[in-house]
Design a protein around this ligand. Structure first.
Ligand SMILES: [Zn+2]
Length: 342
């Protein structure tokens, strides 16, 4: 089969589009014929060797797979060739304490698809059958691939790690990004009022189309004050934060008493200064979020099939031009998602 493989780390890394052996499923695994696979910040971290896990090359990246079951291992039940599937990319063990209670995102033995094992930037990929989620009728492969990872990350942040309620104010950082664009729509769908940050007029217009009622420019030194004044100086109830660094420090200036900052990602820095005095006086929470549970995947795809969550696809790019897609995402010349198609 053909696959896009990372053969050496770097910024940019070196990719080869080449023939590799078609993977064979083990007893509890399935082989999925990939129809589309979304590109994510996680893929760039793999490219630049920026993850705190041991990485081996060559590696086929790609964790956001939409495809069709092509072959099933001998012990697989409930799936058959031809089933349309998305893949929960935090491949979980299914037997540890956390998996058993439905918190697969906390699995003690999880592997990242496309990082610690070969992913979906190929004609086929092999995954455990338990990681499959059915793609609902009415949801296309590209839309599924654009939402599976980023959309369910946002769903996990807004409905599991914190529960957004009707009428609350939600600040979404980086509203034009994959996670941000999904978070705006999910927060609106839950009945919240949304403020977001966006850095260009095009991104600002994009966020407004998704339902953000206020957009502030993060280049404005006083942007947290703009958020506060948009809420009548009260502050927001929830911040969806996926940048880290200084931005994560600043969002506390936007937060109401009793409010919650939910964070994942930390692209811009993994160490911050936290002002503990206002945190406890205002009884605020800082909550970590990682990956997604199966129920978040199911909810994301259902919302999408019902038209409550729209995939924001910037461009569908042929797999053989995948290296260009990595470059574009790194340059942040993207509104919504880049999706690769074998
Ligand atoms: Zn587990």
């Amino acid at each position: 089969m053909r696959a896009l493989q990372l053969v050496s780390h770097g910024t940019p890394g070196r990719f080869e589009y080449r023939d590799v052996a078609t993977p064979q499923p083990g007893p509890q695994e399935v082989r999925v014929a990939v129809r589309a696979c979304g590109l994510n910040r996680l893929d760039l971290w793999l490219e630049e060797n920026g993850l705190p896990v041991r990485l081996e090359l060559p590696r086929t990246p790609g964790g956001e797979v939409a495809g069709v079951v092509e072959a099933c291992g001998s012990e697989v039940v409930g799936w058959k060739p031809g089933d349309r599937v998305a893949v929960q990319s935090n491949l979980y063990c299914g037997v540890c304490e956390f998996c058993v209670r439905g918190d697969e995102s906390m699995c003690l033995n999880s592997l990242l698809l496309g990082v610690q094992c070969d992913g979906g930037f190929a004609e086929y990929c092999v995954v455990p059958a338990r990681a499959l989620v059915r793609i609902p009728d009415g949801l296309g492969d590209v839309d599924s691939a654009a939402l599976t990872l980023a959309g369910s990350t946002a769903m996990h942040m807004l409905t599991d790690r914190t529960q957004v309620e009707e009428g609350q104010w939600v600040l979404v950082i980086g509203g034009a990004s994959g996670v941000g664009s999904a978070a705006i729509q999910i927060a609106r769908g839950l009945g919240a009022r949304v403020i977001t940050t966006a850095s260009t007029p095009a991104k600002k217009a994009f966020c407004q189309q998704l339902g953000a009622e206020q957009v502030v420019d993060p280049a404005d030194a006083d942007w947290p004050a703009l958020v506060r004044s948009a809420t009548g100086k009260r502050g927001v109830d929830v911040v969806v934060e996926h940048v880290g660094g200084k931005v994560l420090e600043q969002v506390f200036h936007c937060l109401a008493r009793g409010g919650t900052v939910v964070t994942c990602g930390a692209t811009a820095g993994r160490e911050i200064h936290l002002q503990v005095w206002p945190l406890f006086v205002k009884q605020q929470k800082l909550v970590g979020s990682y990956g997604r549970n199966r129920k978040d995947m199911v909810a994301t795809l259902d919302w999408a099939a019902e038209g409550r969550l729209r995939a924001s696809v910037d461009e569908v790019i042929p797999l053989e031009r995948g290296a260009e897609a990595f470059e574009r995402l790194r340059q942040r010349k993207v509104s919504g998602k880049l999706v690769l198609k074998p």
